[in-house]
Design a protein around this ligand. Sequence first.
Ligand code: NDP
Length: 267
Amino acid sequence: MTKLGERLKGKVSLVTGASRGIGRASCLQLAKEGAKVAITDLIDDEGRELLQEVREIQGNQEQNGRNAGYWHLDVSNEEEVKSVFEQVKKEFGNINVLVNNAGIAGPNKPTHEVKGKEWQKVMDVNVNGVYYCTKHVVPMMKEAGGGSIINLSSIYGLVSAPDLPAYHASKGAVRLMSKTDALFYAKDGIRVNSIHPGYIWTPLVAALGEESEVGVEEFRKQLDSKHPIGHVGEPDDIAYGVVYLSSDESKFVTGSELIIDGGYTAQ
Ligand code: NDP
């Protein structure tokens, strides 16, 4: 059995879009550091499998009650957000750590070719999702005397590239939503930060590779070469950042941008 760390002992965390990729890795690392974990996603079968893994990590914590659960949650549906957050509160208590991770890439074509519906869908998930989840977690965090909101932006919220126009717009929005909320809620002890990953090899990026003209293998090689460190990242590279921002080790960090990108934006 993995020995549990205690950096997040006693904290209730909720991760959106948690079944795969960065969200999945974050749930596992949060559990390893002793947090209670609410896993939420659209993909229920993978979410429930992850729940089993999280419970294995938590192991003998079970004797103190349930420390992890899975909930179906579409972040673009405010009613669902409200209802799931209430259920999590009933089960575990007020949420202390919210990881706004759910995100989609959207259409990869020039701006004038993007259909209104395609653009809107990206905004609904990547921007409105962060808004709804923030809106419904803040009262709980105030009640708890503080908390940490971690928003997954991207290097694409800092610098541009001639691809994924709706995604760029959405991640730029998430960057500034984080700063605004950091300022609104600093007095309540609620910290809000954004994380800006470089390319991380996850199902989201693999799908971009499958759609690309050059094929997945060449696509990955091309991505590797864009990162000064020589390769794309892996989900745990971001999950360790999530743990840091969730923990009291980052108690003086708010409105900040945690760039984890193998040097991509240093160029
Ligand atoms: P993945 O696609 O691998 O995982 C994201 C998860 O979110 C999937 O399970 C996805 O389901 C789910 N999801 C999609 N729409 C919704 C929704 N409306 N409500 C709830 N869940 C939803 O993504 P990554 O792990 O790669 O990315 C996680 C976050 O990190 C995203 O916000 C992304 O933009 C950001 N990021 C990722 C980078 C990367 O290189 N991977 C780089 C920079 C930022 P489904 O598969 O059905 O869509």
